[in-house]
Design a binder for this molecule. Structure first.
Ligand SMILES: *Cc1c(COP(=O)(O)O)cnc(C)c1O
Length: 360
């Protein structure tokens, strides 16, 4: 079998969830949308059960997959529902849809519901992406609470810049949210990972922890004791020596400045490793640091083994994980850890609970 693998450390995931809990207080939705940021939604949700207070996904189908796997805790639908049929499904499964747009309110009013629904009213506190204008919140809330179809209504909002410590835009979003919801009863949810770690003022009844669960710190450089959950690894499948001046790979992007020992690795952009990664992007071979050289291909990439003479065919190559920070790879490739993690595919996934580094 091709040696490209994503090793998922479920104990690290649980450890990170506990950190979210400790830092935030209150309850914490484990955000497992997009297949748990590429880590496997069902495996991750089950590993967090029964500790997780609730889960959050983007849409109905993601939530149904969790219910079908035995997850019984509340599941928040961050984008809400897209049709009356979905509204009925959401009620049937006990999901909590976000309501961020007037059309979704009309849907609730016009659909014959078998039971009242638990919703989260989403407020646009400044990101200008989704949510009701702050000035409409009191009216919309009254409309929802008097239509006879809403059993509970929480209030949520999302930050645009919580990963920028001290940023006034975030302080202002908090003020706008509090002002808009003043005097209204219902649970509040403001904090994403960055706000859990960096904005105590944003801590309310529920947090929504995503990226931090997977061990990628949204504010790299701080020590928040998060543990990487995914190790993306493969092996060296060929080695060749080239002379100074010789090129490697498509477009001859890399040209050897010295006699170079090139390792070929079974991992490419079709597996989710970013094609935009430049020469010099960190990798680890048999636990020693070295670098990508040459353009990433669909199925393969090339690395510099010149200074690791003991490495050869079958040497284990870590693309990211405990030794190579996914944040560093993302930064080199001009993107964010979220995107790299979400994109992992085609490799073999191995979920493991046995990890003796941790004591739970
Ligand atoms: C994805 C998402 C989150 C999780 O954000 P992280 O930065 O990954 O913690 C929280 N809230 C909403 C509305 C989201 O869409």
């Amino acid at each position: 079998m091709r040696p490209a693998r994503a090793l998922i450390d479920l104990d690290a995931l649980r450890h990170n969830y506990h950190i979210a809990h400790q830092r935030h207080g209150g309850r914490v939705f484990a955000v497992v949308k997009a297949n748990a940021y590429g880590h496997g939604a069902v495996a991750c949700a089950q590993a967090l059960s029964p500790d997780a207070d609730g889960y959050a996904v983007a849409f109905l189908e993601e939530a149904i997959a969790l219910r079908n796997s035995g997850i019984r805790r509340p599941i928040l639908l961050l984008e809400g529902v897209f049709s009356p049929d979905e509204l009925l499904e959401a009620i049937h499964h006990g999901f909590w849809p976000a309501v961020h747009h007037p059309d979704q309110i009309k849907m609730i009013e016009r659909t014959d519901l078998p039971a009242p629904i638990h919703i989260w009213l989403k407020i646009n506190s400044g990101m200008n992406r989704a949510g009701f204008p702050p000035a409409d919140v009191q009216r919309v809330w009254r409309q929802l609470m008097t239509c006879g179809k809403v059993e509970e209504c929480g209030f949520m909002s999302h930050f645009a810049r919580a990963d920028e410590p001290g940023c006034d835009a975030t302080a202002q979003q908090i003020r706008i949210f509090d002002e808009a919801t003043k005097g209204l009863s219902g649970a509040r949810s403001l904090a994403n990972s960055a706000a859990i770690l960096g904005w105590p003022d944003a801590h309310r009844n529920w947090a929504r922890a995503g990226i931090m669960l997977y061990g990628a710190d949204p504010m790299p450089g701080e020590d928040n004791s998060l543990l990487p959950v995914m190790t993306l690894e493969s092996r060296v499948i060929a080695v060749r020596n080239i002379a100074a001046g010789e090129p490697v790979g498509y477009g001859a992007r890399f040209v050897a400045a010295r006699p170079t020992r090139v390792g070929l690795v079974a991992m490419g952009y079709a597996d989710g490793y970013p094609r935009s990664a430049p020469d010099g992007t960190p990798v680890a071979v048999d636990n020693k640091p070295t670098a990508l050289i040459g353009r990433v291909s669909m199925d393969m990439l090339t690395i510099d083994l010149t200074d690791i003479p003991e490495a050869g065919i079958d040497s284990v190559v870590e693309l990211w994980g405990r030794q190579v920070s996914v944040n560093k790879v993302a930064q080199a490739a001009g993107t964010i850890a979220y995107e790299l993690l979400c994109n992992v595919k085609r490799v073999s996934f191995v979920w493991s609970k046995s990890n003796n580094r941790l004591s739970h």
